[in-house]
Design a protein around this ligand. Structure first.
Ligand code: GDP
Ligand code: IMO
Ligand code: MG
Length: 461
């Protein structure tokens, strides 16, 4: 059977940790979209693993697949694999021949476009990994696929088409001199060819490439358990998120089929577990109706003025950010934080068809007198219980809050060992409210970052 793990909010909900918890019974773990823009954390026996491309099943020694819907930077992939091997793991990672390759010029163009947009304060706040430009080339039918790296004449042909276009874009559209760039080799055909043909040889030598759809169909037919590991989250989905402040792929559950080559029925017949952070965090720009405080440069219209009249909210934001370690995995930049946004979650539950929920960071909110949620929005005098389709309307939504009594800090490892009933009563009231609003049962509750700090109520396999 299949279990699909999907972020229900804006990324960083704790997907990696839940993949690790439920991964015990998985045989194969598959990433189906995104690339090294992800940062998934697994904490086990005091060791912390931060994974950007290698699926989180690697920590448990599972077979891992990067599906055709992923964009793969071979530099990052091999760096990550080497680093994991140095730590004593032996990750088995297969890469779809149909997946697209992130080339150095994609990263370069990601940076240039963000720079240009920032002149009008319109930047997305991307991770700078070249994700958008790579998916653009995929849709524009000028991409390089993993399978192309294995055939040097095909690789050369693809680069001979793409590289002159990228050079012209940089020089003639953006008006930059290539020789003055930090990395002029990003646009040097021969240098690119040499480096990427080398990755092709390594991929072939380590027998890492697969026809992912065939591979997974065989594994499912043999009765294996397959877990799909979504990256990013529903509101970062290019179709169902808050465009243009999104990533360029489909993290939502439908993406698991398209991005891996299994039939939609295989995903739909399985379980789809929505990962929910008990509050909300956001990296980068875009609206956030339940935001507390702000982060200069990311929160629209917020310059970090210490005389801000909203000091109380600012203090709460700082408290939650520090308790929850809400700083970017790679960049260390502070994440924006806010109360849980329930209209957002209703949208996510519908678009993904959650059969269950995992709610993380219940421990982070412990110690607060009051925990709030944005229960509905008010827009132009009307109440809304889900997100509007346009970002402009979403930005105009005002959250209408509901208040819950807080819960005390406790020994969370003990709670996890004892099980769901041992959770503080007020935390259970909060979780039951979510179950009722989203019409899905809480399968797991995160009470700390470690594998053993998860209350497992139901195993979806
Ligand atoms: P992902 O991108 O969805 O996999 O999430 P990230 O790894 O980017 O961010 C989640 C962060 O919160 C990581 O540092 C996790 O170790 C941590 N984390 C996950 N679940 C919990 C939880 O229940 N409580 C606490 N305190 N930390 C958690
Ligand atoms: P995980 O899998 C949080 C955000 C970026 C930016 C937007 C577009 O760890 O949850 P991109 O580089 O994808 O073109 O950036 O999406 N973003 C994430 N935010 N968690 C992530 O991944 C993210 N991946 C991308 O901050 O706003
Ligand atoms: Mg993350």
């Amino acid at each position: 059977m299949t279990v699909t793990i999907v972020g229900s909010q804006l990324g960083d909900e704790g997907k990696g940790g839940i993949v690790d918890v439920y991964g015990e019974e998985a045989d194969v773990v598959v990433r189906y979209q995104g690339g090294d823009n992800a940062g998934h954390t697994v904490v086990h026996e005091g060791e912390e693993y931060k994974l950007s491309l290698v699926p989180s099943g690697a920590i448990r020694g599972k077979v891992n697949v990067l599906g055709n819907g992923c964009v793969v930077n071979p530099r990052t992939l091999f760096d990550e694999l080497d680093a994991l091997r140095e730590r004593g793991l032996d990750p088995d990672v297969r890469v779809a021949e149909r997946a697209h390759v992130i080339l150095p010029y994609h990263r370069l163009l990601d940076g240039i476009e963000e720079e240009v947009k920032s002149e009008d304060d319109d930047e997305i706040g991307t991770t700078g990994r070249g994700i958008g430009p790579t998916y653009e080339d995929k849709a524009g039918r000028r991409g390089v696929r993993v399978g192309d790296l294995l055939d040097q004449s095909v690789l050369r042909e693809r680069l001979e088409y793409a590289v002159p276009q990228k050079r012209a874009l940089v020089e003639d559209v953006y008006g930059l001199a290539i020789d003055d760039l930090d990395d002029p080799e990003a646009l040097d055909l021969e240098a690119l060819y040499d480096e990427f043909a080398g990755y092709g040889e390594r991929l072939a030598g380590e027998e890492m490439t697969v026809n992912a759809g065939d591979f997974l169909a065989d594994r499912l037919a043999a009765g294996d358990n397959v877990m799909f590991e979504g990256a990013q989250g529903t509101v970062l989905d290019i179709d169902h998120g808050n465009y243009p402040f999104v990533t360029s792929s489909n993290p939502t559950a439908g993406g698991a089929a398209v991005g891996s080559g299994v039939a939609p029925g295989a995903v739909g017949d399985g379980e789809v577990v929505g990962i929910v952070k008990a509050y909300l965090s956001r990296v980068g720009s875009g609206p956030m109706p339940t935001e507390l405080g702000g982060v200069p440069g990311d929160t629209p219209g917020y310059d970090g003025d210490p005389e801000n009249p909203e000091t109380e909210r600012e203090e709460l934001a700082t408290y939650i950010r520090e308790e929850g370690h809400e700083f970017g995995t790679v960049t260390g930049r502070p994440r924006r934080v806010g109360w849980l946004d329930v209209p957002m979650l209703r949208h996510a539950a519908r678009v993904n068809g959650f059969t269950g929920l995992a709610v993380n960071h219940i421990d982070t909110l412990a110690g607060l007198d009051e925990v709030k949620v944005g229960h509905t929005y008010r827009l132009d005098g009307e109440a809304l219980d889900t997100m509007p389709a346009t970002t402009e309307k979403w930005a105009d939504c005002e959250a209408e809050f509901r208040s819950f009594d807080g819960w005390d800090d406790c020994d969370w490892a003990d709670v996890a060992a004892e099980g769901y009933d041992a959770l503080p009563e007020n935390a259970k009231t909060y979780l039951e409210y979510l179950e009722a609003e989203l019409d899905a049962a809480v399968y797991a509750v995160g009470v700390g970052p470690g594998r053993e700090e998860t209350v497992v109520r139901e195993n979806p396999f």
